[in-house]
Structure formats: C-alpha cells, structure tokens
Design a protein around this ligand. Structure first.
Ligand code: NAD
Length: 273
C-alpha cells in the first residue's frame, strides 16, 4: 500500500544520510508522494542534498528559511514543478550559533541568539505565512516541525535551543488554529529522541545525552527511520484530525520517571557506598 500516493510535498533539511529529513524524503517517495527538496544555499557546499535529489528524481530548490523572498520563490516554484498545490510540508531545520560557537547559556551573544531563533523557530511561522498567503496547501494538508523535550524540561547543554523549540511548538499551536479554521490544514510538531545527526551531535555532551535517553526509554531511543515513519503517518489521510499537538516520539522517555537500568546504576553498591 502506498499511503502517500498522489500527494505532493516539500521536505526541508536533508543535509546528509544521517539527517532525519533524508529518511523522511526517502520514505515519502517510497510511499508514492512527489516531493521537492530544499535546504540552505550554504548546504550545497557542505551537504549531499543534491545526491538525494538525483536518487529520488526530485527537484531541488535551495532556500534560506530566514529570507522571505527565498520561501516565496520556493513555494511558487514547487507548485509549478509538482503541478498543483501541496499536501504536506516538513520543516526539519535547526541551528544554534551560540551552541556552535560554544557559548555557555549564562553568557549568550544576543545577536547570535536572534539568528538562532530566526532559523530554528520564526522560520516555521515565516514558512506557514508564505504557504497561507499563496494558498499553497490543499484542504486537509499536513505541516510538521521537529522539536525536542528541552522545550518542556531543562537539559543544560541544549542551551538556547530550548527557547527555540518552545517557540516552535507555540507557533505550531497558534498557526494550527488559523490554518485549521481557514483550510482544514493541520500543524503539529514531533518531539523526537536524541538522534545522531549533524545538528544533534553539535549539542555539548551529545553521547551522554543520547545514552541517558536510551536507558531511560522503555523502548529505547527512536531512530531517524522510525521518525520518518511517524512523519509519513502524519502526512497521510489516517491522521486528519490531529492538529496543534506536540507529539512525543521518544520510546516513552517523556513519561518515564526513572528506568530500572538507571536505578541499578544509582544503588549504593553501584556507587561503592
Ligand atoms: N538530532 C536530534 O537529536 C534531534 C532531536 C530532536 C529534534 N531534532 C530536530 O530535527 C530537525 C532536523 O535536524 P537533524 O537532527 O536531522 O540535523 P541536520 O543537521 O541533518 O538537519 C538540520 C538542517 O537544518 C538546515 N538549515 C540550517 N540553517 C538553515 C537555513 N538558514 N535555511 C534552511 N535550512 C537550514 C541544515 O542545512 C540541515 O539540513 C531540527 O529541527 C532539529 O532540532 C533533532
């Protein structure tokens, strides 16, 4: 069964084979969708998006999510290339300048923070406003962003990205209301487990982060492939009434107080007390 047969969409953020968006793009194509791939112009130098475009026979339009005109061109050219309005869009974009430049949370550079919020969160609004004004989405379409549980709880090394993800999730709720009323378009965020990607690995102490979450989650960490499956289900017609949600895709991490695996490592015996 091809659950996206006849559907058209745009996939942002497939930088390399490890990217969550890479797996989503592959699965969308496998499930019968036609897609346009997009990424930041600078990614042409450092990423492999063009290889994926060739492999999937998908058009590739570079666009910087901080630039309104880039998004307007992307949306109108995508509709031209796909021959109609869109059924789904994946916003799989995130970048923190303060994290990249190793600034601690208590010594943030605010110009960089501005840029981080712009790329990682405001761009979700900018994208949806562009789609909305161009009337680019079909009725019952689906728009997804990717988030992380640091939006709700403190993970010290996640730094300013915690604020970016809180804003991203809030935008999903607020725009989800307006898009739902106007066009029956649904808007959600998926709160994904730590995943070994370029963006993920940029967070300080990522290996500890990853292993801790894996031991806390009864099902273990959700992989990028599993995230792609969840994304595709949310693009499909089987989830038409799901909107304005932040959906945890984390193997049960978010509702686990402590796992037996971690309990064992904190016994007096394990601690040598
Ligand atoms: N990896 C994780 O542990 C994890 C966990 C939860 C959520 N997420 C989120 O998943 C999403 C995808 O990240 P990923 O882990 O696949 O890493 P990734 O590095 O493969 O993807 C991030 C993408 O953002 C793109 N990007 C950055 N600046 C841009 C700009 N100005 N314009 C357009 N695109 C731009 C990059 O080129 C890249 O393709 C991000 O929102 C990230 O925060 C990741």
């Amino acid at each position: 069964m091809s659950i996206l047969k006849g559907k058209k969409g745009i996939v942002f953020g497939a930088l390399n084979e490890a990217s969550i968006a890479w797996k989503v793009a592959e699965l969308c194509a496998k499930e019968g969708a036609e897609i346009v791939l997009t990424n930041a112009p600078v990614s042409a130098r450092v990423g492999q998006t063009a290889e994926l475009a060739e492999k999937l026979n998908a058009p590739l339009n570079y666009a910087d999510v901080t630039k309104m005109e880039d998004l307007e061109t992307l949306v109108s050219e995508s509709m031209d290339k796909l021959g109609g309005k869109l059924d789904f869009v994946l916003h799989s974009v995130g970048m923190s300048l303060n994290v990249r430049k190793k600034k601690p949370y208590t010594d943030l550079n605010y110009d960089w923070m501005h840029t981080s919020m712009d790329i990682s969160a405001m761009s979700f609004h900018r994208l949806m406003q562009t789609l909305y004004k161009a009337d680019a989405m079909n009725e019952w379409g689906s728009i997804l962003g990717l988030s992380y549980i640091a939006a709700q709880r403190t993970f010290p090394d996640y730094n300013e990205m915690a604020e970016a993800k809180s804003l991203l999730e809030s935008i999903a709720r607020s725009f989800g209301y307006h898009y739902g009323k106007a066009k029956n378009v649904r808007v959600n965020t998926i709160s994904q487990s730590p995943t070994k990607t370029t963006a993920g690995s940029g967070v300080g102490g990522f290996d500890a982060f990853f292993n801790y979450a894996d031991k806390m989650s009864p099902l273990g960490n959700a992989s990028a492939e599993a995230c792609a499956e969840y994304c595709v289900s949310l693009f499909s017609d089987y989830t038409r009434m799901v909107t304005m949600q932040n959906l945890y895709h984390d193997g049960g991490f978010s509702n686990t107080g402590i796992s037996m695996d971690l309990m064992d490592s904190f016994s007096d015996e394990a601690l040598g007390k």
